[in-house]
Design a protein around this ligand. Structure first.
Ligand code: FAD
Length: 321
């Protein structure tokens, strides 16, 4: 919805606005609230972020028996609220950032409300791309995953497949090959996009087989993945294989559309931060989590940069006093 100033019910002036409710946003909120910055956090359309789409999180420190994603995110929210973070349901739909040191940053919520913040912490994450098949959607969390590093462990000594042709897909395929009995890599075209070095690694991995000119047409199984049906894009011939896990590695889209033209981004839309900080190109605007990290993309790294962004924001406010 386009912002119309007459629709604004009231303009709110605050010290710290956090956009996004994944591990990065809630960790930023815990630190900002404890530093008395009275943060307001808007959750966006996916309260809790990407981890709410997964059942088991086994690698976040502090949970010896693992935890399911949605529960972990509710606990992070509660921890942020304990120190006074105000968590609100709402989506940032437009921004007008100031380029002046100490300037107020305008953020429009749901097209109708205007918030002016001295500091803005962006933690809008990235969205994993999927193939778009109904059977794939049905079995997400039941053997279909977009994160090999997160979920590969659950398929130890099993037969799995991975879809993708770039460097990340090749990297994840070799990662899976270390854990799983066999990995079948499905490439839509007649060649991979991955670098020669990565292709070399793939072809030198004994239990990793690449099948070219192939697309998945259906993921088989009722409650859990039991196999997949694929089609040769040249001959049209269909074939079924038995697998228990399907990993989709066809890329992520950072959620940065509303910041275009105001914040520096790389060619794929990830926000660029300065050196080892979470500073963007504008004073008082910080970015943390997957929205500025296409390398690691883990909950713990997102939380780590969330902490950094709150500390960066607090130091920025101190310089203004
Ligand atoms: C299937 C799956 C399983 C995974 N399993 C694990 C695992 O086991 N361990 C692990 O460490 N990592 C795992 N990951 C990765 C992990 O989920 C991410 O690295 C992490 O969630 C990134 O956190 P984030 O806070 O940067 O962003 P996200 O979790 O992506 O959250 C982004 C937030 O921003 C909000 N948002 C977006 N746009 C707007 C807007 N305009 N206005 C307001 N809010 C907005 C969204 O609603 C959401 O709340 C998994 C990922 C997937 C997809």
């Amino acid at each position: 919805m386009k912002y119309n100033p007459t629709m604004s019910d009231k303009i709110e002036k605050i010290k710290c606005l956090i956009i996004g409710s994944g591990p990065a946003g809630y960790t930023a909120a815990i630190y900002a609230a404890r530093a008395d910055m009275k943060p307001i956090l808007y959750t966006g359309m996916e309260p809790g972020g990407q981890l709410t789409t997964t059942t088991e999180v086994d690698n976040f420190p502090g949970y010896p028996d693992g935890i399911d994603g949605p529960t972990m995110m509710i606990q992070l929210q509660q921890q942020a609220e304990r120190f006074g973070t105000e968590v609100r349901i709402g989506m940032a739909t437009a921004v007008e950032f100031s380029n002046k040191n100490g300037g107020w940053h305008k953020v429009i919520i749901d097209g109708i409300k205007e918030v002016h913040a001295q500091t803005v912490i962006i933690s809008t994450g990235a969205t994993a791309k999927y193939l778009g098949l109904p059977s794939e959607k049905k079995l997400r969390g039941g053997g279909v995953s977009a994160c090999a590093v997160c979920d590969g462990f659950f398929y130890k000594n099993q037969d799995v497949a991975i879809v993708g042709a770039g460097d990340t897909a090749a990297e994840e395929a070799t990662y899976l090959a270390n854990i799983c009995k066999s990995v079948t890599m499905l490439v839509r075209k007649d060649a991979m996009r991955a670098s020669k070095a990565m292709q070399h690694r793939v072809s030198n991995t004994a239990n990793l087989k690449v099948i070219y000119n192939t697309e998945v047409v259906e993921v088989l199984g009722d409650e859990v993945v039991e196999g997949l049906r694929m089609v040769n894009t040249i001959t049209g011939k269909k074939k079924d294989i038995e697998i228990t896990g399907l990993f989709i590695a066809i890329g992520h889209k950072p959620n940065t559309d509303i910041f275009k033209g105001q914040l520096d981004m790389d060619e794929t839309g990830y926000l660029i931060t300065e050196g080892k900080t979470t500073k963007t190109n504008l004073p008082g605007v910080f970015a943390c989590g997957d929205v500025q990290d296409k390398e690691y993309r883990q909950a713990v790294t997102a939380a780590g940069t969330g902490c950094m962004s709150a500390l960066d924001a607090e130091r920025y406010l101190t310089t203004l006093e």
